[in-house]
Design a protein around this ligand. Sequence first.
Ligand SMILES: Cc1cc2nc3c(=O)[nH]c(=O)nc-3n(C[C@H](O)[C@H](O)[C@H](O)COP(=O)(O)O)c2cc1C
Length: 363
Amino acid sequence: MADISVKLFDFTLKNPVMPAAGPPIKDAAAAFAAKEGGTAAVVTKTISTEAAEVPRPNMAQLRGGFMNTELWSEMGPERWLEQEYPEIKKTGLPIIVGLGYSAEQISKLAKEVEPFADALELSTHYLGSDPSPVIESVKAAKKAVDLPVMVKLSPQVDIAKFAKAAEKAGADGLVLINSFGPTLDFNIETGKPLMGSKDGYGWLSGEAIFPLALRAVYEAVEAVDIPVLAVGGISTGEDAVKMIMAGAEAVQVCTAAILKGPGIYAEIADEIEAYLDKHGYDNLDQIRGMAQRNAPKKANYETVVPDIIRENCTGCRLCIISCVYDANYLDQDNKIVIDSEKCAGCGLCITRCNFDALSLSGI
Ligand SMILES: Cc1cc2nc3c(=O)[nH]c(=O)nc-3n(C[C@H](O)[C@H](O)[C@H](O)COP(=O)(O)O)c2cc1C
């Protein structure tokens, strides 16, 4: 069986899966549930110097995604320091404490949480183009405590610029990405926004943002030498494997843990292990950064017609319906045929097939 443990700073994680700051880790009870569910570490819900006042409603499942207008923890730092962190420490898992949002607030809180933390994660949720607030936050935390300090970045910023600025300021690791937005959706019965925020806006997470997160992680890994943790739309072992291929050290999960419960951590870890075993890898280092090593040197303009694995075709017609070149059809045995004169090599049918009946070996 492949080894899926990860060394992060000076602690070892039994697997590369942990919660992201958010409701799945909103208090000590949730931390114990996450442990039961197989998490390798605890990442606590971001706290700030005051309890947050959070509008209602603040969470909604969308088609392919999830929207929220939560802020940081609705419990103040006193409650965390007196009750939640001491209790979470009893899980025996490495604890990454989420702090926000300004340098002043982080400076004040970092020292207080130090006895409970193995590392800090600074959630800046910053969207501007000047990385100064991120730099200031890192410096404030590094000055206050002797702990590894990670910074969580939003997807809207210039990733390489912010990643380099954070590293230069002394960050020991990066976490990408925070939710994307602002975004908007309505209830069509009432014509009102789904979110109870002042403007009705919310922040997008879940499956919809996975490719955005993957690109951000890929760019951050290219830009810096410090570890990068991936978060954004991860709900399966395959997603996690892709993030690790993009160079991520480990992965965090928020929306999928909300929607599917804490068992998701072990599920993802088991799927990662199964992937490595199936493909003959012994450990995660063998796939980490594979995407950078295989990066295309130039665009491909050659049309390559997909290969057909005839016995896998069920005749479901999914690829036929969506072939905008009318190249796909079924033969008399209800098996897919591709007209190579018509096929433009767009690749869509391969991603539509649920039965591995099409592949692209030519590129
Ligand atoms: C309801 C909700 C609350 C969140 N709260 C926080 C938070 O307190 N601090 C933080 O840094 N990120 C927070 N996030 C962002 C997540 O940690 C994560 O970065 C983002 O949702 C993308 O990951 P996902 O697609 O797995 O949810 C929150 C996300 C959701 C959906």
